[in-house]
Design a protein around this ligand. Structure first.
Ligand SMILES: [Zn+2]
Length: 106
């Protein structure tokens, strides 16, 4: 499979993740309206909401880069980020060499 084909597969993965996070955000918003104002639950829900928003932003950027043909290129050294790394972390912008240590790989 060529890198171009592999990127095409990743695009599908990204689109699915985008859908999933969008759905989760919608569910969380609906729950937040239904739940009584319970501090603990709201705290957990808003942490989840923040995580989903962040993920959506990352995924949207990755999809945008895909459109521009820049996806999978390290922003540090311009090398091709290995497909295995992208598969594990589709919103990766740096290769493992350039990934700043302040932003640990999750
Ligand atoms: Zn790099």
């Amino acid at each position: 499979m060529s890198r171009q084909d592999e990127l095409g597969v990743l695009r599908i993965v990204l689109e699915e993740q985008y859908e999933r996070h969008s759905t989760q955000l919608a569910l969380l918003a609906r729950q937040a309206r239904k739940l009584p104002a319970d501090g603990a639950d709201l705290g957990a829900a808003s942490a989840l909401t923040a995580a989903s928003r962040r993920a959506l932003g990352d995924i949207a950027r990755a999809l945008h880069y895909l459109e521009q043909g820049r996806y999978g290129t390290c922003e540090g050294c311009q090398c091709d980020i290995p497909i295995e790394d992208l598969a594990r972390r589709p919103s990766a912008r740096f290769c493992t060499t350039c990934q700043p240590e302040a932003r640990p790989v999750r």
